[in-house]
Design a protein. Structure first.
Ligand code: ADP
Length: 469
């Protein structure tokens, strides 16, 4: 469980506050109910004591004290009613005291002889008595104290039951409330999870997509709308830079072609000195390199713009690979590298053959470029269930492990000086990657320094081509 999560913290706080509130509420209920019930019972005892004082005692006299007991027994039956009655003369002599109650709630012998009047709770060992005492005056002026009490046990039993209910009910209520809170918080955070999930999916390739807007009219709605505005601004800015590269490379193509033509015709002049001719040759080389870079940038910007290809058709990738390998064998022979093509015929795919040819050319060109004389390059096209697999393997210098994740990035070269000598600008594999993405194909590279590299392209077979056909 993630204790740092918002969900966990909210629910913990909620559970804590709820528990404190419920405990306080339970305690207040318990103590006020106890006070109310005790006061009520004491009030009843005081009323009964006053009744005895006003009726029986007021009519009696010192001489009729013995008859008082019989009268009290017949009128109030204290033992049967679990009641305590005691009449004490002003000199402290007990005139009447009820016996042990049938319910056994208290022991009357233990009730202390207290002075004064009023209502109070008296503890008697493990039980207690709610006792009220009132003064009484007999017809002959003799003074008495009338005490009436009852056991506190029934009341305590009621309170114990309430306590039990609170003890069981409180955790259950808190548990139900916490479970409800957990579900509510989860539901409240659900849109945030959806926004985060969508945000993870959005990259520079699908910047036209937007985050789901939560129509809650609160901060969450504002957040999703603001993030969408931010994505729109990013999209505008990225589109602007792409357009700039596209325009710049387009504008540079013509002057570079003119420069190359002019330099070539200048180099034809027989009257030039050797040094001038050499300088011209090196300038021409640089202009050609520049023209290649501009051409690559232009190609990339067109691919980025997702320009729909007019040449999209169904064709045999194996056949395309074989003819391309043959065309490039001249370059390989110049470098004394052996290029072999090994393909299963009839590997039908759908796409733009010119662009996929560019992929094969770039991969073969690299393989030849980075394989020393005497090395071998192998091109193969095979069929896997549902896919055409094209592989270019060489036994050349290989790519260091730390460079592998970057080789498809724009302008990335493993070793700047090494690539530059061989004319690379670090755009060849970026073009390969863009063309693959446009064709729904994956490309990966496996390489070991000093032992060679394998570039593996996996493209879905044309619809309607079974794995075995
Ligand atoms: P470049 O035009 O510089 O060759 P690429 O984009 O085609 O640029 O390749 C990027 C880098 O990957 C190159 O600089 C090169 O060092 C490395 N690389 C590409 N293919 C191979 C290969 N077959 N063998 C070794 N290194 C390679």
């Amino acid at each position: 469980m993630n204790t740092a999560s918002l969900n966990f913290r909210l629910v913990t706080w909620y559970a804590g506050v709820l528990t404190v509130v419920f405990v306080l509420l339970g305690a207040i209920t318990f103590f006020s109910l106890r006070q109310y019930l005790e006061a009520n019972v004491l009030d009843n005892q005081a009323r009964r004591a006053r009744q005895i004082a006003d009726t029986l005692i007021a009519r009696a006299s010192r001489g009729s004290e013995s008859a008082l007991g019989a009268e009290l027994e017949s009128l109030y039956s204290p033992e049967t009613n679990d009641r305590f009655i005691r009449i004490t003369r002003a000199d402290g002599t007990v005139v009447f005291a009820s016996g042990a109650p049938h319910g056994g709630g208290f022991d009357p012998a233990q009730v202390p002889a207290l002075a004064g009047t009023g209502a109070r709770k008296i503890a008697l060992g493990d039980s207690s008595l709610l006792l009220a005492a009132v003064p009484a005056v007999a017809s002959d002026g003799s003074r008495y104290r009338v005490e009436v009490g009852t056991s506190a046990r029934p009341l305590e039993e009621t309170l114990r039951r309430l306590l039990m209910m609170l003890a069981v009910g409180l955790p259950v209520t808190v548990a139900v409330a916490v479970a409800g809170g957990f579900v509510l918080v989860r539901r409240a955070l659900d849109p945030v999870a959806r926004i985060a999930f969508k945000a993870e999916e959005i990259s520079q390739h699908n910047l036209s997509e937007r985050l789901p807007v939560v129509h809650s009219g609160d901060e969450l709605e504002r957040l999703s709308v603001s993030l969408n505005h931010m994505i729109s601004r990013l999209q505008e800015s990225i589109d602007g830079s792409k357009q700039f590269v596209a325009d710049a490379s387009h504008e540079l193509r013509t002057p570079l072609t003119v420069m190359r033509g002019e330099l070539e015709s200048l180099a034809q002049d027989r009257g030039l000195t050797r040094e001038t001719r050499e300088t011209l040759g090196s300038v021409l080389e640089e202009v050609e390199r520049l023209a290649e870079i501009v051409e690559s940038l232009f190609a990339l910007s067109r691919l980025d713009a997702g320009e729909a290809s007019t040449e999209w058709r169904r064709f045999d990738l194996a056949e395309l690979a074989a003819t391309t390998a043959e065309q490039m064998s001249l370059l390989a022979t110049d470098k004394n590298v052996n290029v072999a093509c090994d393909s299963t015929a009839g590997v039908m795919v759908e796409g733009d053959p010119a662009r996929l040819k560019q992929v094969i050319v770039n991969l073969l060109d690299n393989a030849i470029k980075y394989t020393p004389a005497g090395g071998r390059v192998r091109l193969s096209v095979q069929r896997e269930p549902g896919y055409a697999v094209l592989e270019v393997t060489d036994d050349g210098i290989g790519i260091p492990a730390e460079a592998l994740p970057h080789v498809f990035k724009r302008f990335f070269r493993v070793d700047g000086s090494r690539s530059r000598e061989q004319g690379g600008a670090g755009l060849g594999l970026a073009i390969v990657k863009s063309i693959c993405s446009a064709h729904g194909a994956d490309i990966e590279v496996i390489s070991t320094v000093g032992r060679g590299s394998t570039f593996r392209l996996r493209q879905p077979l044309a619809v309607g081509v079974s794995a075995r056909s």
